[in-house]
Design a protein around this ligand. Structure first.
Ligand SMILES: [Zn+2]
Length: 375
């Protein structure tokens, strides 16, 4: 082995981080169990617990039930030791939420606001962030920052949005978006953000493909505990797989992409209505809408089946569409089963558990993840 020597300071930091993670993952644990599970001495554990308590990251709860001998005291993480804000930017809406260290949503609002390149728009984002913090009386020192999800493709350094067709911008500097926000910001693609939420809750560490369907169609590949990004951070751009040669014009300029067939614009903008109105009319039996939906589902299932054939893993659907799909889930599974030679069940297809909020939560969780890594 050639590994460089680890200094005692590094060992101390690693131990503290491991102890915090164990408490975080257990949610409730006794110091004796920490010592036993990590093969550390009780004095070492106690010293770390003292530091974590001083930093207000953990607290002492009640006693565990005694199984004889002295009762052990429960140690719990402080869920709201830090607060993170998540923003989701869409062409005509902005969603904002605040989460604690477990991703629990403490407040959520969605506003009608059309994206613009004007400074007024970034001031508006700054105002929303300020507002959610003031309204909830969050301690400003506990704010980790703001995660922003944008339906676009970024450069590697995340200084520019190279292209965001649904927002109508090209090579747009991120700093323009964040200039009025007085907290550290990170930006990410909306599909990546949604997938990060999925990953965060992927307790079994399973491989998954995540298909995000909104005005834009994107996705991600979850490889056990991480997102597979590819050489150019474009892995999982499922929206631009060709599914119909010479077909409908896509936002990207090519013809026949999946996005051109299953963007939610197909059931909203193209019909001149809001997506929620489309689904309520559909449920009421509107025949024109039923026909459109039938065709829509056909293409959706082609896309899902193609993804499944490549990855041979669960395919999870998130994005704006997810919140409307529950009533159609069995129908989709049936069509998927019919379409596939190998797999006669559509059970591999799932809807994300977080539905409409997954994107903003995922943007914020990336900051939470960095924070936990830094403890
Ligand atoms: Zn395309």
């Amino acid at each position: 082995m050639t590994g460089k020597k680890i200094t005692s300071i590094e060992v101390k930091k690693m131990n503290k981080n491991r102890i915090y993670r164990l408490i975080y993952n257990s949610r409730e644990i006794a110091r004796q169990d920490i010592a036993a599970r990590m093969s550390l001495s009780l004095p070492t554990v106690n010293q770390n617990l003292k530091e974590l308590t001083e930093e207000e990251l953990i607290e002492y709860g009640g006693n565990f039930k005694s199984t004889g001998g002295r009762k052990a005291q429960a140690i719990n993480p402080v869920h709201d030791a830090r607060i993170t804000i998540g923003l989701e930017i869409r062409k005509n809406h902005v969603s904002i939420l605040a989460i604690d260290l477990y991703g629990t949503v403490l407040d959520y609002e969605k506003y009608v606001k059309t994206f613009s390149e004007e400074e007024e728009y970034s001031r508006y984002l700054g105002y929303l962030v300020h507002n959610i913090i003031e309204h909830n009386h969050f301690d400003k020192d506990k704010i980790l920052g703001v995660g922003i999800a944008v339906p676009g493709v970024f450069d590697q350094e995340k200084e520019y949005i190279i292209k965001a067709p649904s927002l109508g911008i090209n090579r747009y500097p991120i700093s323009k978006l964040t200039q009025a926000i007085n907290y550290p910001c990170i930006v990410d693609n909306d599909a990546n953000s949604g997938a990060f939420t999925e990953l965060w809750n992927n307790s079994k560490g399973e491989d998954k493909a995540y298909l995000s369907v909104g005005k834009g169609v994107g996705g991600c590949i979850i490889k056990k505990d991480e997102l597979y990004k590819g050489h150019h951070h474009r892995a999982g751009e499922f929206g631009h797989m060709t599914i119909s040669p010479g077909g409908r014009l896509c936002n990207c300029g090519q013809k026949g992409c999946l996005e051109a067939y299953i963007s939610t614009a197909r059931v909203s903008d193209d019909l001149g209505c809001q997506i929620e109105d489309f689904f309520s009319e559909l449920a009421a039996g509107n025949e024109e809408y039923l026909k459109i939906w039938d065709e829509y589902l056909e293409y959706l299932c082609i896309g899902i089946n193609n993804i499944y054939m490549v990855y041979d893993s669960d395919v999870v659907l998130g994005g704006v569409l997810a919140q409307y799909l529950d009533p159609y889930l069995e129908e989709i599974k049936r069509r998927l089963a019919e379409r596939n030679f190998f797999e006669k069940s559509g059970e591999y297809f799932k809807l994300t558990g977080y539905q409409s909020r997954a994107t903003a939560i995922g943007a914020a969780l990336q900051l939470v993840n960095k924070f936990i890594e830094s403890i």
